[in-house]
Design a protein around this ligand. Sequence first.
Ligand code: ATP
Ligand code: MG
Length: 240
Amino acid sequence: MERVSTGIEELDRKLSGGYPENKVTLITGVAGSGKTIYGIHFLHRNCVEGRKCLMIATEETPEDILYQAELLGHDIKPYYESGQLTIENIFKSRSEIIGQTRYGFKPESFDIEIPNLIEFIRDGTECLVIDNLGTLALRVPIKKLRDQFDGLNYLVRKKGCTTLLIMDESAHNLTNQIAEYSVYGSIRLLVKENAYLGKMERYLYIPKMRSTPISLDMSIFEITSEGIKIRDAEGENLVE
Ligand SMILES: Nc1ncnc2c1ncn2[C@@H]1O[C@H](COP(=O)(O)OP(=O)(O)OP(=O)(O)O)[C@@H](O)[C@H]1O
Ligand SMILES: [Mg+2]
């Protein structure tokens, strides 16, 4: 199977080269755990490699994303300006439409069906990040949600996109983690105390990656001014 670089060397090594091409990988994690930054690495690397990329955002504006990427030394602005990279905040574009009606701004009426996200994807898009699907998932009755995830999964693959689906931990748990079953692979980000060092650290765990030999051991990662650095947690400063 072909792989598409994650934009993080150590993660590429863990995944036999990168995210499985033309499949959907889910990234979940608590607030501030680094989900969007994983998305930025994926977009930056694939823009550099000449691929057409799209980020569908539900929370942050394109300016927020571009600024965060620049701070991490992964400037994606040139690709955004040239049109190779599109960043679309769907709620902003919908609010503009709804804002033009006499009913004004009504966020509760943004009941986008998840598979309809496909309307935002231009033909030829090779790398897709959807951040954060949790915002939409919480609006769908649980009995319809599995079908909606499966529908999105089918449609993005039909479009030829290698997809990173980002979902916040809270929405993921409230939806019984069912997104996990529709996707090809899943990566979980955690922030927890390293009991040996008595300090909080960021961890990455890969519960599932079909057709890929993976280690179930957790890795530690840091977010630095040069982006994400991952190292294996095994034997990590266990005795001081
Ligand atoms: N240059 C940097 N150096 C160190 N840490 C950074 C840097 N830039 C961002 N961070 C850290 O990254 C964290 C945010 O990462 P990110 O936005 O990817 O999280 P997230 O999981 O997407 O959060 P949310 O659930 O709010 O969307 C911030 O809390 C910040 O502490
Ligand atoms: Mg985020």
